[in-house]
Design a protein around this ligand. Structure first.
Ligand SMILES: Cc1cc2nc3c(=O)[nH]c(=O)nc-3n(C[C@H](O)[C@H](O)[C@H](O)COP(=O)(O)OP(=O)(O)OC[C@H]3O[C@@H](n4cnc5c(N)ncnc54)[C@H](O)[C@@H]3O)c2cc1C
Length: 392
């Protein structure tokens, strides 16, 4: 039998874990990973460490060069895929060359969302998604004194902490009335704000940036909807991401917010699969690391064997700010019959339960001792034993 040829577009968590799973399932296949970044597979979630100088780019690499060789997986760096042709089973690189495949995986991730406000194209505006973004921000720190971070979600807060660590005066602007609105309840958001304020980070909550204008001293003036203006040399925009679906759309695949896939990570086009931040599974886009790698592994298996192994991932969040421990899991906004809360100084716990007493979501701040128990409770769907000190 001829060796099958698998091409994977995207060298992040979903793409590389898919390649590894493919190799395990098919020792003979030709497997190629094409990515437009110039660096091999790295821990994207640790990019903040490159920004503030705690790590060098190579400290984040997740596979030794020998791994690619031993696995017999071809890695093409700096290659932008320009088009896919599911009908003919081929993919086009930036030089216009078409390459045939037996199955193709789109693992193209997501790109930062830039809100359409006047001045968003100003030179002070930066985003953080790729290694080259982290290096560009790091290189600008020496000439910057003040930063205004737009977005008080996980990535915005982590970047704010990195900038504060590097000696920059930082203000975070968040539209919601509390921090981490998607992962934390309002009271937890308040505890977190206190912890970060003590690290020198300032906050403007419940307001948005209306425009970015020329500043008094050469930088930028961020004009808020509250009427206040803030001066900044750097304006990191961390206002969420959008799935990178352009190749799929252009090829006529079924795309909603992400590329629609079934439990086998199959798209609407035969032979084309999708996984990670670009994929929409059962109407949901996860947008986090463990889901991307789980989907990648499922896609690799499905491409090699035809299985449909993916049943969804559990949503978890861990804030990676030194000395600020925060963990969140599940749903913090949907219906809950009972909410168990406990707050003691900087330590906070919130557990949300359904009518059967099962955990639907939880937040821990300061003390993450219950993290494993909560994860297990969520996954096993067993009733949660009420805790001492909880308020029903
Ligand atoms: C700063 C930061 C911190 C984060 N922290 C956390 C965290 O603490 N916990 C967590 O769970 N998640 C975190 N995330 C999110 C997490 O990194 C993503 O969910 C995960 O990396 C998604 O993996 P992916 O493989 O789907 O996409 P990506 O890792 O984005 O990989 C996609 C790759 O495809 C490439 N690509 C796209 N289009 C093309 C094309 N046409 N041709 C060639 N290559 C292409 C991209 O350049 C990219 O290299 C963080 C993200 C960032 C940016």
């Amino acid at each position: 039998m001829d060796r099958r040829h698998f091409v994977i577009v995207g060298g992040g968590g979903a793409g590389v874990e898919a390649a590894a799973a493919l190799r395990q399932a098919d020792p003979e296949a030709r497997i190629a990973v094409w990515t437009d970044e110039e660096v091999p597979y790295y821990a994207r979630i640790r990019l903040g460490e490159v920004v503030d100088g705690r790590s060098r780019p190579e400290d984040l690499f997740l596979r030794l060069p020998s791994w690619w060789k031993d696995q017999g997986i071809e890695l093409r760096l700096g290659v932008t895929v320009e088009g896919i042709d599911p009908g003919q089973g081929r993919v086009q690189d930036g030089e216009g060359t078409w390459t045939p495949w037996d199955a193709l995986l789109l693992a193209t991730g997501a790109r930062p969302f830039l809100p359409p406000i006047p001045g968003i194209d100003r030179p002070e505006v930066v985003t953080l998604r790729r290694m080259k973004d982290a290096l560009a921000i790091r290189d600008r720190l020496a000439g910057s004194r003040r930063a205004v971070v737009l977005g008080g979600g996980l990535l915005g807060l982590e970047l704010a902490a990195s900038l504060a660590q590097a000696g920059i005066a930082v203000t975070v602007v968040e539209a919601a009335p509390w921090l981490l609105p998607r992962q934390v309840d309002p009271e937890g958001g308040e505890v977190l704000r206190g912890l970060l304020a003590r690290r020198g980070i300032d906050f403007r909550l419940g307001t948005t940036a209306g425009s970015l204008e020329g500043g008094a001293s050469g930088g930028c003036r961020v004009v808020l909807s509250s009427g206040e203006s803030l001066e900044a040399d750097l304006v990191p925009v961390m206002a969420g991401v959008r799935s990178e679906t352009s190749l799929a759309r252009a090829a006529g695949l079924d795309v909603a917010s992400g590329i629609r896939v079934d439990d086998g990570m199959r798209t609407s086009a035969p032979g084309v699969f999708a996984a990670g931040d670009c994929a929409e599974h059962r109407s949901g886009i996860y947008g986090f690391w463990s889901a991307a790698t789980e989907q990648g592994r499922a896609a690799g298996r499905a491409m090699a064997t035809g299985d449909s192994p993916y049943q969804g991932s559990v949503r978890t969040t861990t804030l990676k700010v030194t000395d600020v421990a925060l963990f969140s899991v599940g749903d913090l906004q949907g219906p809950a019959v009972r909410v168990e809360r406990h707050r003691e100084g900087d330590r906070y716990r919130c557990v949300r339960l359904d009518e059967e007493g099962r955990v639907v979501g939880a937040v821990l701040i300061g003390d993450l001792g219950l993290r494993k128990a909560l994860m297990l409770a969520m996954m096993s769907r067993k009733a949660w034993e009420p805790l001492q000190g909880g308020t029903p």
